[in-house]
Design a protein around this ligand. Structure first.
Ligand SMILES: Nc1ncnc2c1ncn2[C@@H]1O[C@H](COP(=O)(O)OP(=O)(O)OP(=O)(O)O)[C@@H](O)[C@H]1O
Length: 356
């Protein structure tokens, strides 16, 4: 098979700036366009998250038996793990319509009142990034969740009056990256809270096989394993990598995604066997090769890789820490023995107190 000229025609615009990263967990425009087609439609189709699925299935079945709307549900977890998908499944399982909005879109209590007052009985309201709602809207939500009622304030100053507005029973599904970001009074008003975990490689393989079937892409078991291992525990990233590998398989091979095709394609896109991309590797390499594994301060490390401190701290480090390759200590960033091993370098011998 001839792989020769691949690097020159497939790396255009990849992966440089954080927004363009192939391994970014948040959705880009292409993801948004194709994700609807790949979303599982019911709980049985939703891969992994066994405990959440089991608990949610009980909550929904009990509500259906009572003929009532389901309890409010809070979903916490990193981007791309399936919170939006799950909210749509909740609506589908309850045979109810769904309204989708997000915290940042609700800046005034009036915005929320308008949405709440137009809900129909049993409707599911999905509020993404619920921790980013404005304070007055948040307070209005407390009452809406508990009593299915809001007070709409009319007028200003001493003449202002509160007009109570009855709401039909609805189910709020709130999503947040961290439940700890929510004020306790809001958190307490959810009847069911689910924390979504990163997916195991075998689960991502199932996600990939399902997506490949829907996209009509021939995917071998070992090809799926290769992509899953590089997908950072995140279905959205797995699906995105699958699309890039499919392009490669189509242009440079016979269309079938084998282990070799997947590895070769993702090497070209600089997503390594553990899911690190160019920026992650640059940070790790600087830490090991320039600073002997640390400790080194964040700003020094950032200058060494030619990035802003925030980019290193918010874009590269969380995954490196999660993978156990880098640790943040009061004295600075340090590499773990796994980091040396991952880059194929020998770790220096250290003295009792960490000095080389
Ligand atoms: N458990 C799963 N099984 C199969 N596919 C999944 C699963 N979870 C997520 N996906 C796929 O990953 C994509 C991203 O999922 P989704 O949009 O629900 O993530 P999210 O957690 O809401 O992300 P964000 O926080 O960025 O909105 C979807 O297209 C969906 O197809």
């Amino acid at each position: 098979m001839n792989w020769d000229d691949t690097a020159s025609d497939t790396t255009q615009g990849q992966p440089g700036a954080p927004g363009e990263r192939l391994v970014a967990p948040s959705a880009d425009r292409e993801d948004q366009a194709v994700e609807a087609a790949l979303r599982p439609k019911d709980l049985a189709e939703f891969v992994g998250q066994e405990r959440v699925r089991e608990q949610l299935s009980l909550v929904l079945r009990a509500a259906r038996q009572r003929g009532a709307s389901a309890d409010h549900v809070l979903l916490s977890g990193a981007p791309g793990l399936g919170k939006t998908t799950l909210s749509m499944i909740i609506a589908a399982e309850m045979n109810a319509p769904i309204r989708i909005t997000s915290g940042p879109a609700i800046q005034h209590a009036g915005d929320l009142a308008a949405i709440l007052s137009s809900l129909t009985e049993g409707e599911v309201l999905f509020l993404d990034e619920i921790h980013r709602m404005s304070r007055p809207a948040e307070e209005m939500l407390y009452m809406a969740m508990e009593d299915f009622r809001v007070d709409v304030i009319v007028g200003k100053g001493p003449g202002a009056t509160a007009i109570p507005l009855e709401l039909p029973p609805f189910t709020l599904v709130g999503a947040t990256t961290r439940a700890g970001l929510l004020p306790p009074p809001l958190r307490d008003r959810f009847g069911f809270t689910a924390h979504m975990e990163f997916y195991a490689p075998a689960e991502l393989e199932r996600v990939l096989h399902r997506s490949a079937r829907l996209l009509d892409v021939p995917l071998e078991a070992e090809g799926a394993a290769e992509i899953a291992g590089r997908s950072r525990g995140t279905p959205r990233i797995a699906n995105r990598l699958l699309r890039r590998v499919r392009d490669f398989a189509q242009v440079k091979a016979d269309g079938v995604i084998t282990k070799e095709v997947a590895a070769r394609a993702l090497d070209i896109y600089e997503v390594d066997a553990r899911g690190l991309d160019r920026l992650d590797r640059a940070v790790l390499e600087a830490l090991l090769k320039l600073f002997g594994g640390g400790p080194v301060g964040l700003s020094t490390l950032a200058v060494a890789v030619g990035e802003e401190s925030e980019t290193v701290e918010e874009v590269a480090e969380p995954f490196l820490v999660r993978e156990g390759l880098l640790a943040r200590t009061p004295r600075g960033r340090i590499a773990t023995p796994a980091a040396w091993a991952h880059l194929g370098l020998a770790a220096p011998q250290r003295g009792l107190f960490g000095q080389p």
